[in-house]
Design a binder for this molecule. Structure first.
Ligand code: ATP
Ligand code: MG
Ligand code: MG
Length: 414
């Protein structure tokens, strides 16, 4: 535990944890990371409190808890049984005189939220059955083993084609999703995902995908205090991976963006604990909204807040929320437009170098360019960095200025 400077113990030390550390450093807040030895977040924050190991290992999570004032996560795929036990029974911490005390670091967001969100099917059943009106795509649990084929036939007769077959747990970047276009896809879909617990989801014929980051605060007794939303952003997914984010969304009315913000706050108000959350949404042709899923942590769609909402980026917000420091009532970007481009590893380890060179050498009065590399080894398709562009007029103008960047980003995917 950290004396005067609070210590947040973080399960996971990837790029989200790294950017959390970058926000924590000037605030004098210590982050103890549980992950591999040279994880991206550990490279960005020096402390003697890091723990080497897996965020799925109960013993390591206890070790982290023993040296932290608060616990939080940068990934939802963690062991929640041990988090529940730490909240209820605490961990024993040895003192210098040989005695021990029971230490109970608050966990934000709550293990209940993390456990619910880990299962995408249960997550949406929770939203459906909540008192709020939260639209989700129709879904059907799929039995495993020999019964799977009949269950898929059942899904096809209920939803028609195409529909989405999804792993309930453990998926990210679309790994765990299979688009079922016809009965011919049943066997390959089962082959691809068959040893996971699955559910089927009705196809959402969306015209646009949006995401809204929400800061949730509550009192120490668990009573909801506030949900404050960042602006809605447009997310572009290619092969189920988020590649680009536009703020504000292109060709979407302010009313729909405002509706998305309100819906996102309703969604997050049904969960437990403090922190930032992402709500992923589909916009349908008639401008209605459908909730896709929630992430209980900072999110790829919120990277732009580092430069566009600098007084309260999503990472600073996570720190403030977890520690129960003040949160602004409104989150207003300081620039009218921004575009975030993910850098996904190309075929060669140096495929992204040309893009990085362009980012490092572009200066002009209409657009600012911010390069973030995560200190990760490049592998094809791996998120190894991102570039945020901020503009001083419209998103359409910024899009024109961004063309050379977009061209290189798209080329790297080939
Ligand atoms: P993430 O990295 O966001 O956690 P994930 O692996 O959990 O991704 P989803 O968010 O379920 O995957 O889906 C990824 C993308 O696939 C969505 O952003 C969307 O583009 C597409 N998609 C998912 N579900 C549907 C659906 N029911 N109808 C149409 N497209 C869908
Ligand atoms: Mg997901
Ligand atoms: Mg998603």
């Amino acid at each position: 535990m950290g004396g005067s400077n609070p210590v947040i113990g973080l399960l996971g030390g990837g790029q989200l944890g790294r950017m959390l550390c970058e926000a924590a450093n000037p605030l004098g807040i210590d982050i103890a990371i549980l992950d591999d030895k040279n994880a991206p977040a550990k490279q960005a924050h020096n402390t003697n409190r890091h723990v080497t190991g897996s965020f799925k290992d109960p013993a390591k999570i206890r070790e982290l808890a023993a040296r932290s004032d608060y616990l939080s996560v940068e990934i939802e795929h963690v062991d929640t049984d041990v988090l529940e036990d730490i909240e209820k029974n605490g961990v024993e911490v040895g003192l210098a005189d040989g005695s021990t005390v029971t230490h109970r670091p608050p966990i934000h967001p709550s293990w209940k939220t993390i456990r619910l969100i880990q299962d995408k099917y249960l997550q949406k059943e929770h939203f459906r059955s909540s008192e709020k009106e939260i639209p989700i795509a129709d879904q059907l649990a799929i039995e495993s083993g020999d019964a799977a084929l009949d269950a898929l036939k059942d899904a096809a007769s209920k939803f028609g084609f195409p529909f989405m077959l999804k792993a309930r747990k453990g998926s990210y970047d679309g790994r765990g999703n299979y688009k079922v276009d016809s009965a011919n896809d049943f066997a390959p879909a089962i082959k691809a995902l068959g040893n996971l617990t699955l559910y089927a989801e009705k196809w959402a014929p969306f015209v646009k995908e949006l995401a809204v980051m929400v800061i949730r605060t509550e009192d120490d007794d668990g009573k909801l205090r506030s949900c404050v939303a960042y602006p809605a952003v447009e997310t572009i997914h290619e092969d189920s991976v988020c590649t680009k984010v536009f703020m504000p969304p292109r060709n979407i009315s302010d009313e729909v963006c405002e509706k998305a913000r309100e819906l996102a706050c309703s969604v997050i108000s049904t969960l437990w604990g403090r922190g930032v959350f992402a709500v992923e949404l589909f916009v349908l042709e008639d401008d209605s909204l459908v909730v896709n899923e929630v992430a209980p942590r900072p999110h790829n769609s919120g990277h732009y807040t580092i430069e566009a909402v600098p007084y309260m980026s999503q990472y600073k917000a996570q720190i403030h929320a977890v520690l129960d420091l003040p949160i602004p009532e409104k989150l207003t970007p300081r620039v009218p437009a921004s575009i975030m481009l993910n850098i996904l590893g190309g075929v060669a380890p140096n495929s992204h170098h040309k893009l990085a060179r362009l980012a490092r050498s572009t200066f002009n009065e209409h657009m600012d360019v911010y390069l973030h590399l995560y200190g990760k080894e490049s592998k094809p398709g791996r998120k190894i960095g991102h570039i945020t562009l901020t503009g001083y007029s419209s998103i359409e103008e910024l899009e024109k200025l961004a063309e050379p960047f977009v061209e290189l980003v798209d080329k790297m995917r080939l």
